[in-house]
Design a binder for this molecule. Sequence first.
Ligand SMILES: Cc1ncc(C[n+]2csc(CCOP(=O)(O)OP(=O)(O)O)c2C)c(N)n1
Ligand code: SF4
Ligand SMILES: [Mg+2]
Length: 303
Amino acid sequence: MSKEKQPLTDTLHIPEPEDELTHPMKDYLRSERLPHIWCSTCGIGTVITAFITGLEKSKLEKEKVAVVSGIGCSGRAAGYIRLDSFHTTHGRAIPFATGLALGNPELKVAIISGDGDLTAIGGNHFIHAARRNMNLTIICINNFNYAMTGGQAGPTTPLKANASTAPYGCYEYPFSLPFLAESSGAVFVARWTSLHVRRLAKSISEALLKPGFSFIEVISPCPTLYARRNRLGTGLDLMKFYHDNAVIKHGADTSQVDIKYQESIIVGKFVDKDKPTFFESRNNFLKDRLGNHFIPYKGPEKI
Ligand SMILES: Cc1ncc(C[n+]2csc(CCOP(=O)(O)OP(=O)(O)O)c2C)c(N)n1
Ligand code: SF4
Ligand SMILES: [Mg+2]
């Protein structure tokens, strides 16, 4: 028999039922919820992989970590992660997470959500949680638009980029999220793209171990809306763009890392400083004022 005529079974390994393949991250994924909702070559799944890798690297106990998301394509992240995970209302991931962190100071609460959810409708919560240095790790998936609702322009849409509510291009100045985070009080600020999976996972592990408000922005492709409207190609084309145009500058001044439409993207760890967390400030202050009358709250099991 000629090589071309060989039946497929001769060349392919057809798995037997007993060697059923299991996902390497199965312990961290709610596989009963799969398949997920995301489009082909969307960057959100990669961020979840980086989160799980970073969490494992951090060696935090799974029982002491919770994940919260708001609403949006990115806001579906918590629903697929097998931890104490919460899919909350639009813009309210941060106050929900703040409640968890206040109720159980031993918990590390991570938020994975979108640029719109965290910095448009949720923008007020964002700046105040940073100001208070709440013990939260925020991972903002920035795809430059409100993807889930049809690609509207939001607070991170770059000037000149096209969006469904900006058909001639966006003329509103965008936020630079690292600058917003640092100037509001964040103690850890980094930016990566969904191409930088290993660096992102390392940053996530550092952020999870950092007491106080840590913030990571992840620039991520939305091929179906943002990229299509701007004729930027598939997620893979955007990965190539990140590869060719991301410039790593650790310690960069966050006032200088604005993103301009289809220009170079400065990434890296920008801020890593120490400052008392909300609980440390509160406990030290009240201890000083009230002396032995003050009993610090240590969590539900320790009352
Ligand atoms: C109170 C409220 N307002 C508006 C909406 C509609 N809405 C759902 S998701 C979304 C935007 C999501 O954008 P983003 O957070 O950037 O996530 P993405 O879909 O881009 O990942 C909006 C406006 C809503 N669900 N609830
Ligand atoms: S619409 Fe965009 S952000 Fe949402 S799943 Fe599809 S590619 Fe991803
Ligand atoms: Mg978005």
